[in-house]
Design a protein around this ligand. Structure first.
Ligand code: WTA
Length: 639
């Protein structure tokens, strides 16, 4: 149905080969199937040293014309978005492509009326409601750069992101519903703005507030405006022109954690991101028109950007957006939704699968899951037990599972089987998509060739949706991704290749944790913990956690050992919640008198990791430490 959809393994091999032999021709042919205001002069130019990568240079476009306008004639009355509320008893919403067009157009006019212009940064801090999709697309429509901030982040995290991007506009909600809780988003935004130093950043001009929970909020005169009031002022029949975007104009910024410093703003381009997110969506999930597709991610993460909004809508798909959480009102919620809408494709995270596996079987059994054709996972390695459960209990043994490996920085799925088309193997992401050239490198930076190999995962050729820069700090982008290995993009992941050439991601090799599929830097956590008055130093490592994949284990040195250790733990946890957000809360805190260090004063995380994992007989040589005696103390105090 889609001209670039791969239907057989043979075809995959052919396409893959072509994408390696003649990448420009390969991508040019795919790009022909999109709507452009002007076609490109050059398909690709690149230099990983700088780094500089340009796809479809000279082209002009607007992504939203591909997500909306071009579908209106043939499928204007088809459902673009199914919205399922947090509370199953509340009214759902079905939004057709025609309605989406009107909503996005109106939202775009509102933004223009507020003064937003092409290139301005707009922060979105909202719950999972249709207006979040409208807002995202409205920014893209007028060429404003959106920066979506996950609704679980704290005021301090918002402040950092607003400041880094110098965002003068924020779109938020009064609050958002998540399970039995309601989160006061607007007041968190207020707090974030109050913390901004006017000397450093002249400030947020407008805050647009969408009503959702009806809770009371403070509206600052001049600055804060209600969406429903602004909507009265704009037309639903007069349509504004979509802004002309150059191929390499930034489409959005999305902040993500790295091994050092504060989260960095990953910048994605307009043309390349459009082509790749759509191409990968259609091929990995083998989407066919009419299929109901449900991705359970939050739009606050890259998965929601690429595979709830942009990829599916560009493909004219029906994308289901769910406001709530998998365990509310009970742990059968996902399965009830699949049953209610006869979902064909379900894309979720291993952490959700693991937590639902542990629940009452009856929650699964009560739902009719026979509509499912394809299952997917993303965000972290999936263990075999979870894979088998997903395969038999949810897929009833009939559905291929796509284990999709990718990153905020890659913009789209990089390594995955194509559902039912290419080989799959439990716990393996399997094969690279056409256009993706992965390689494994050893500790000397040398590429490890052949099958049955292991190493650090790099990508040695550009793909259209790759990161272009880190906002405001291009050097950081070079340092983090392009300096470790010559002429290669370094992913930060360890990986192995089996005897058949299938790839298995083994986890991060840097100081980044993956907790319930969320990326959190250990440095970020340590900085937050160190803010506590009694803390002198801390070291954070990950340890295997049954549900979360990785748990957060913090070793903390205090001025004096706290008398009320439990009380001190609670204080540190709540501090981390305040500074970063609830996702980052430590699972275990151990108060220690010292941390194992090298003679040059570096913390030996390897040892701390082994202790946290309970592998105390595998500590290796500790005699070269500055203070080998603390190792015993650390082991004894393990929590
Ligand atoms: C991890 C999420 C194993 C990996 C799209 C990567 C995975 C990080 C998988 C990116 C997978 C993601 N198997 N590990 N299928 N998918 N990861 O930026 O460590 O939130 O580097 O993007 O998640 O997380 P991010």
């Amino acid at each position: 149905m889609y001209p670039f959809q791969i239907k057989t393994y043979e075809d995959y091999k052919r396409q893959y080969q072509k994408s390696i032999d003649t990448p420009e021709d390969f991508w040019e042919e795919i790009a022909e199937h999109f709507t452009w205001k002007k076609k490109w002069d050059k398909v690709l130019s690149w230099d990983f040293k700088k780094p500089e990568v340009k796809w479809f240079e000279g082209a002009q476009l607007n992504f939203t014309e591909n997500c909306i306008d071009r579908h209106l004639e043939s499928k204007g009355d088809d459902t673009a978005i199914i919205w399922e509320p947090n509370n199953p008893n509340e009214q759902n919403r079905l939004i057709t492509y025609n309605e989406l067009s009107i909503e996005v157009n109106q939202f775009a006019q509102i933004l223009k009326n507020l003064g937003v212009q092409k290139g301005d940064r707009v922060c979105l801090y909202m719950g999972m409601i249709p207006e979040l999709t409208f807002a995202t697309l409205a920014c893209a429509r007028i060429g404003a750069i959106h920066s979506v901030i996950f609704g679980g982040f704290s005021a301090k995290s918002i402040k950092d992101r607003v400041l880094d991007a110098e965002a003068e506009y924020i779109i938020t909600c009064d609050g958002s519903f998540r399970g039995a809780k309601s989160i006061p988003l607007k007041s968190v935004v207020d707090e974030a703005i109050e913390e901004l130093d006017p000397e450093i950043f002249s400030g947020v001009k407008k805050v647009l507030v969408v009503k959702r929970t009806e809770e009371e909020v403070r509206m600052k005169a001049e600055r804060d405006v209600w969406y429903h009031e602004e909507k009265q002022k704009v037309s639903d029949t007069i349509f504004i022109e979509a802004e002309v975007m150059e191929a390499e104009d930034p489409l959005f910024i999305l902040y993500t954690s790295g091994s050092t410093g504060k989260p960095k703003g990953v910048v994605h381009s307009s043309a390349g991101y459009m082509v790749y997110s759509t191409y990968s969506f259609v091929n990995v999930f083998q989407y066919n028109p009419g299929d109901i597709y449900f991705c359970t991610a939050d739009v606050g993460w890259i998965t929601g950007h690429s595979y709830i909004i942009y990829g599916p809508l560009a493909a004219g798909a029906t994308s289901l957006m769910f406001e709530g959480i998998p365990t509310y009102p009970d742990s059968g919620r996902f399965w009830d939704i699949v049953d209610k809408y006869k979902v064909n494709i379900l894309y979720t995270a291993p952490t959700a699968i693991r937590s639902l596996m542990a629940c009452d079987n009856a929650c699964v059994e009560r739902a009719d899951l026979s509509s499912l054709k394809v299952l997917g996972t993303v965000g972290e390695p999936i263990n075999d037990e979870a894979w088998q459960w997903y395969h038999t209990k949810i897929g009833k043994g009939n559905c291929p599972i796509v284990d999709t490996w990718w990153q905020t920085e890659t913009g789209g799925i990089m390594i995955s089987s194509l559902a039912g088309v290419t080989p799959e193997r439990s716990t393996f992401a399997s094969l690279p998509l056409p256009g993706v050239q992965p390689c494994l490198v050893d500790e000397h930076g040398k590429e490890v060739e052949g099958n049955n190999a292991q190493g650090n995962l790099c990508i040695k050729f550009p793909w259209p949706s790759m990161i272009r820069t880190t906002w405001g700090d291009h050097e950081r982008c070079r340092q983090v991704y392009f300096s470790a290995y010559d002429n290669k993009y370094f992913t930060g992941d360890g990986c192995l290749r089996d005897e058949n050439g299938l790839y298995r991601i083994t986890g991060r090799v840097d100081d980044v944790l993956n907790v319930s599929g969320h990326r959190i830097g250990t440095a970020e956590l340590e900085n937050a913990i160190n803010e506590h008055a009694i803390v002198i130093e801390s070291a954070v490592v990950g340890y295997p956690h049954d549900i979360k994949g990785q748990g957060v284990y913090a070793y903390v040195i205090c001025e004096k050992m706290p008398k009320d250790a439990e009380g001190a733990r609670q204080e540190i946890i709540s501090l981390v919640r305040d500074i970063i957000g609830p996702v980052a809360k430590p699972d275990k805190i151990q108060f220690v008198s010292g941390l194992p260090k090298t003679r040059s004063g570096k913390i030996m995380r390897r040892i701390l990791r082994k202790v946290a994992e309970g592998e105390i007989d595998q500590l290796g040589d500790i005699s070269t430490l500055l203070n080998p005696e603390v190792v015993e103390v650390v082991i004894l105090g393990r929590v």
